[in-house]
Design a protein around this ligand. Structure first.
Ligand code: SF4
Length: 442
């Protein structure tokens, strides 16, 4: 186990995160010892590696960012090891583009590549990929106004619990779903709206919103419409095909929903069945029906790294997804988080996915899908990236403004957060309770 000694707790945490992100689960097998000592003028670093002792002294001043100095040094020390993940250099946060977009804003791409390597050790491939995303977001970034707001409603019910899931979801239960619906509608109706305009986007996510049935979902959709009126983008996650009906899809369309998400996750049904999730043999029926009903944009989600899927199986699922020609494709990488059955069962990823992420990017981009948002998660089994791709101008406003923290968000329901810009230009956050009982009481 790594041992880090440092008086500054936040710095210690940041260095620990660096090891966890860069060595993935293998960080548990490392026994490096790191000693950090800081005075007014110098930062002393001592590392006891497998066979050697490395010592380094850095001059510092009041502007020095200690975690960047240390993590850059560690990156250079470990970068040639096979078990070290070089992606996104020393950045370990969820939103790499949030930091990097400032560099793109002020510099051309060639200068940006140099700056990103010098400052954060991000390589040229990752820099160019981030830049592509930045360009695909630029219209929304430019048009964004301080009083733009977006509405999120969380529905925490699902037809069954997938073994890889770590969300706060509950298997559908009529009494709980009815009560949740009633109380969420009250929350929406009673909300005191301070913005004098329509929302930029509305997003109903989960869980599986369509799992709560036609009547409940219609009540929620109508409450939102009554309260917030028109919007240019209204998304409902219809994730699982075993939660759908013709009536639900028609109701959504008739109430102004223009984007939906149908999520196969993989086209290998045995893999899904082993994970407590229904297979996709009827997927084409639902996809064609959604098209016929007339949703403007359909997204399809896939997950890379599910147990017993090798590189070829994953790439095949991506190819099949491309054949459907959806407007958006979102590629997630499996993350093992507390609360999932796979985590409880100590699932360990044995496959070596080598260049899967690069291959998946090339495959999607060469088929006309442009990356438009990216977030990273810790404890991921392949790489840490989750990437949304879109054809043409079909990026999701909500995904961009939420992930890049560009606009206000009003959140309803279990665990949803509301983020409102204050007069100092900072977001004030308010996170709802994550306890379902708080939402289903009288
Ligand atoms: S992965 Fe999706 S469908 Fe499965 S339990 Fe989690 S939220 Fe529900």
């Amino acid at each position: 186990m790594i041992k880090i000694e440092c008086d500054k707790e936040s710095l210690k945490k940041s260095v620990f995160e660096f090891y966890r992100m860069k060595f993935k689960e293998k960080y548990k097998n490392l026994d490096d010892e790191i000693y950090i000592d800081i005075n007014k003028k110098y930062l002393f670093l001592k590392i006891l590696d497998r066979e050697k002792i490395i010592e380094k002294t850095f001059e510092i001043n009041e502007n020095s960012k200690f975690h960047f100095i240390i993590n850059k040094f560690l990156f250079d020390l470990y970068k040639d090891r096979d078990d070290f993940d070089k992606s996104y250099g020393i950045l370990t946060g969820v939103r790499p583009l949030k930091l990097v977009s400032k560099v793109f804003k002020d510099n051309n791409i060639e200068d940006s590549i140099n700056i990103l390597y010098e400052n954060y050790r991000i390589d040229e491939f990752d820099s160019r990929f981030l830049y592509k995303i930045y360009l695909n977001q630029i219209n929304i970034r430019m048009e964004s106004e301080h009083d733009n707001y977006n509405v999120y409603v969380h529905i925490p019910f699902c037809p069954s619990r997938c073994f890889y899931c770590s969300f706060d979801t509950t298997i559908k239960n009529k009494i709980k779903m009815d009560k949740y619906t009633e109380n969420i509608c009250k929350d929406i109706n009673n909300y005191e709206l301070k913005f004098n305009k329509n929302p930029h986007s509305i997003y109903i996510g989960g869980g599986t919103p369509t799992a709560i049935g036609l009547e409940n979902l219609e009540k929620i959709v109508k409450s939102i419409k009554n309260k917030f009126r028109e919007t240019q983008e209204f998304t409902v996650e219809c994730g699982r095909i075993d939660s759908l009906s013709v009536e639900i899809l028609e109701m959504l369309k008739n109430n102004g929903v223009n984007r939906i998400s149908l999520n196969p996750q993989t086209f290998n049904d045995e893999v899904l069945n082993r994970l407590n999730r229904v297979g996709n043999k009827d997927f084409k029926y639902w996809f064609d029906l959604a098209k016929k009903i007339g949703f403007e944009i359909i997204n399809m989600d896939l997950i890379m790294g599910l147990p017993e899927e090798d590189i070829e199986m994953i790439l095949n699922s991506i190819r099949k997804t491309i054949e459907f020609n959806p407007d958006n494709i979102t590629i997630h990488t499996l993350a093992l988080k507390n609360g999932s059955k796979l985590f409880e069962n100590h699932y360990l990823n044995k496959d070596d996915y080598k260049n899967l992420l690069k291959e998946s990017k090339n495959l999607l981009i060469s088929n006309g899908y442009n990356p438009y948002y990216l977030y990273r998660q810790k404890k991921s089994v392949i790489s840490s990236e989750n990437i949304g791709y879109a054809k043409g101008e079909k990026s999701s406003i909500y995904n961009i403004v939420m992930m890049e923290e560009i606009e206000n968000i009003i959140g309803f329901g279990l665990g949803a957060s509301t983020k409102i810009l204050n007069s100092k230009g900072r977001f004030e956050r308010n996170i709802n309770s994550k306890n379902l009982e708080d939402f289903i009481k009288e």
